[in-house]
Write a protein that binds this ligand. Structure first.
Ligand code: UDP
Length: 238
C-alpha cells in the first residue's frame, strides 16, 4: 500500500489483485481510485471514512494518482484500470460459478452489457440488472430486488461519486460479497463506447482520448491538478 492524502492505495500488480479481492473474508468495496473520486472524498466524510476503512480496497486508476505518488517520491507499480478489474472479477465468477448483478447506465446499455457478459462467459449468471437513473434516497424496491437475487458481486456503473455514495449507503443492507463502482464500464462492455487505443493507455493519456470523444469531460479534469496540489501540500506539511 502507498499513502496519498491518508488514502491507502493498492500498490501491487493487477494479476495479484484478484486473489486479494476474493481472499478477503468480509465484504469488500473495490474503489477505482481516480483523482475525481478521491478529491471528492476529502470533502465528504462518508466517502472518506469508507475509503480508509478495512472494507475498501483502492486501486490506482488514473495517471493523476500515479503522479501524486511521484510527488511524494513513491512509485506506483502498475496503474490499474477499473474496467479490467471488473473483467477479472467476472472471470473469477465464471470459473467459480458465482452470480453477479449489474446496476447502472441506461436501460438499453445495461441490457446489452448483460447479454455480452453472458455470451462471453458461459458459467457466470447475471441474476439481476437495473439502469442507474433513480433516486438514491428512495430506492427500497431496488434494494429488495438485489437482496432477492442474492448476487456474489455487484457492479455499479453510475459515474463517481454517485456510484460510491450508493455502495457506501447500502452495502450493509445487501448480501453481496464484492462491491465495485465501475464508471462507464457498462458502456464499454456493451460496445457503446470504445476504450482508447493501447498505445494511448500505455502512455497514460487515455483521458485525452475520452476528452476528444466527449468534450464535456474537460471540466472534470480539474480535479487532477487540484488533487495533485493537495498531495504536494500534504507532503510539505507532513
Ligand atoms: N449514469 C447513471 N446514472 C446517473 C448518471 C450516470 O447510471 O445518474 C451512468 C451513465 O449512463 C454512464 C455512467 O454512469 O453509463 C457514467 O460513466 P462515466 O464515464 O461518467 O464515469 P467515469 O468512469 O468517468 O466515472
Amino acid at each position: 500500500m502507498i499513502d496519498i492524502l491518508g488514502y491507502p492505495i493498492y500498490n501491487g500488480y493487477k494479476d495479484e489483485l484478484i486473489e486479494k479481492i476474493i481472499n478477503k473474508e468480509k465484504k469488500i468495496h473495490v474503489v477505482s481510485g481516480n483523482p475525481e473520486v478521491l478529491y471528492q472524498g476529502l470533502y465528504e466524510k462518508e466517502l472518506y471514512n469508507n475509503f480508509v476503512s478495512e472494507e475498501s480496497l483502492i486501486i490506482p486508476d488514473g495517471v493523476g494518482v500515479v503522479y501524486s505518488a511521484k510527488i511524494k517520491g513513491l512509485q506506483v507499480k502498475e496503474k490499474i484500470a477499473g474496467v479490467e478489474v471488473m473483467q477479472d472479477i467476472i472471470s473469477y465468477c465464471d470459473k467459480a460459478s458465482k452470480t453477479i448483478y449489474l446496476l447502472g447506465a441506461k436501460k438499453q446499455v445495461v441490457e446489452k452489457c448483460k447479454n455480452t457478459i453472458e455470451k462471453t462467459y458461459k458459467n457466470v449468471k447475471v441474476v439481476g440488472y437495473r439502469d442507474g437513473y433513480f433516486d438514491l434516497e428512495n430506492c427500497d424496491d431496488l434494494i429488495e430486488d438485489i437482496n432477492k437475487c442474492n448476487p456474489h458481486a455487484l457492479f455499479v456503473a453510475m459515474g463517481c461519486p454517485r456510484q460510491e455514495r450508493f455502495i457506501i449507503k447500502y452495502m450493509n443492507k445487501l448480501p453481496c460479497k464484492i462491491y465495485m463502482g465501475v464508471g462507464g464500464s457498462f458502456d464499454i462492455i456493451a460496445g457503446e463506447v470504445k476504450r482508447a487505443p493501447k498505445w494511448m493507455i500505455k502512455l497514460g493519456i487515455e483521458w485525452l482520448y475520452r476528452v476528444a470523444k466527449e468534450p464535456w469531460r474537460i471540466k472534470r479534469l480539474g480535479s487532477i491538478p487540484k488533487f495533485m496540489f493537495k498531495a504536494l501540500v500534504y507532503k510539505n506539511v507532513g
